[in-house]
Design a protein around this ligand. Structure first.
Ligand SMILES: NC(=O)c1ccc[n+]([C@@H]2O[C@H](COP(=O)([O-])OP(=O)(O)OC[C@H]3O[C@@H](n4cnc5c(N)ncnc54)[C@H](O)[C@@H]3O)[C@@H](O)[C@H]2O)c1
Length: 312
């Protein structure tokens, strides 16, 4: 298959692109390099440096005739979306509309859209099922929710198959320090630099952390088995920030933990029910939190040693 991964030089996108490549598919990537890094993708692929909202994307679709589009490119910073909702909507609404329209025009069979737990916002009736109330707290969450409506309606109006995955907090190697799963990469970077860990609130807040390879696997299987509609992509478990610190302590020397005032607007507990995915796709995550964290820590540790050697 010819597969386009938008945002393919980013954290999740690079794992998704690699999964499809290893399964024998032809990969193209559209990325504007705003947070992505070409170093993240080391296998054969075509690359187009473009924003997904750019009309020039038409030429990429015209000359490639993709079978499948995995749409991961997005403005991912929630705080930025509060400061500049226009910018967020540009990438996350207009960009999606452009990609959906081109997909429909150039015969793409399926579009997978990266939605987010942020669509639920202030709804703590956990574990949250897909039919729970959506009450987003930021333009980022609103635009992911709007994106799901676009996908659903594109199916109804133009007949193109779409699959929206509501990712919980994704973590793993290559992750940056903004975005949604950020706390893990921030903590590991701090530990490796010998800095104290800064916790906002009492550390009892929980998140449903999912390892990035499990996300890539679910996206791949969702395409293979023709899943469609809206699904939580999660582990259906909760890990608190204090649990995370406790597990990290077994891997590294934590200098100090500083507890600060909670961040305004932060939700306390988060966990997404994944029984619909388990039932319809016969899928479940292969990594428990400890396994994923060890892999992640080891990757960051190796990278920091490489940087140290370069400086030496
Ligand atoms: N990381 C998480 O925990 C998480 C949770 C829920 C949803 N998501 C979604 O998953 C997707 C991937 O996120 P990530 O964590 O890998 O972030 P990331 O910042 O590492 O990746 C985003 C990629 O998209 C590119 N990009 C951004 N805006 C673009 C635009 N307008 N046009 C073209 N390229 C653009 C960036 O350069 C980057 O390579 C995003 O849609 C994000 O909203 C992530």
């Amino acid at each position: 298959m010819k597969v386009l991964v938008t945002g393919g030089y980013g954290f999740i996108g690079s794992f998704v692109a690699e999964k499809f490549f290893l399964e024998g598919h032809e990969i193209s990537i559209i990325d504007n390099l705003s947070t992505g890094n070409p170093e993240n993708v080391k296998f054969k692929h075509k690359f187009y440096q473009l924003s997904v909202e750019d009309p020039m994307c038409k030429e990429v679709f015209q000359s490639n005739r993709f079978d499948v589009v995995i749409h991961l490119a997005a403005q991912v910073n929630v705080t930025k979306s509060m400061d500049n909702p226009y910018l967020d909507a540009q990438s996350n609404v207009l960009g999606l509309a452009n990609i959906l329209q081109l997909s429909e025009q150039y015969g793409v069979k399926k579009v997978v859209f990266a939605s987010s737990a942020a669509v639920y916002g202030l709804n703590e009736e956990i574990p949250l099922k897909e039919d729970a109330l959506c009450n987003p707290l930021s333009p980022y969450g609103i635009n992911k929710w709007v994106g799901e409506v676009y996908c659903k309606k594109w199916k109804e109006v133009f007949g193109i198959e779409t699959l929206s995955y509501r990712f919980s907090n994704v973590y793993g190697p290559k992750q940056g320090t903004v975005g949604e799963g950020g706390v893990i990469s921030i903590f590991i970077n701090s530990v490796l630099a010998g800095h104290p860990l800064q916790v906002y609130g009492d550390g009892e807040q929980t998140r449903d952390f999912i390892y990035v390879e499990d996300v890539a696997d679910a996206i791949y299987r969702g395409v293979q088995f023709e899943l469609k509609g809206v699904y939580n992509l999660s582990t259906n478990t909760e890990t608190s920030v204090n649990d995370l610190i406790y597990i990290l302590e077994n891997l590294a020397n934590i200098k100090k933990v500083i507890y600060q005032e909670p961040k305004k607007g932060d939700i306390k507990f988060s966990r997404l029910d994944n029984s619909k995915m388990k039932r319809d796709l016969d899928w479940e995550p292969l990594h428990n939190f400890q396994q994923g964290l060890i892999k992640t820590y080891q990757w960051f540790e190796t990278e920091s040693k490489k940087k140290y050697l370069l400086v030496e």
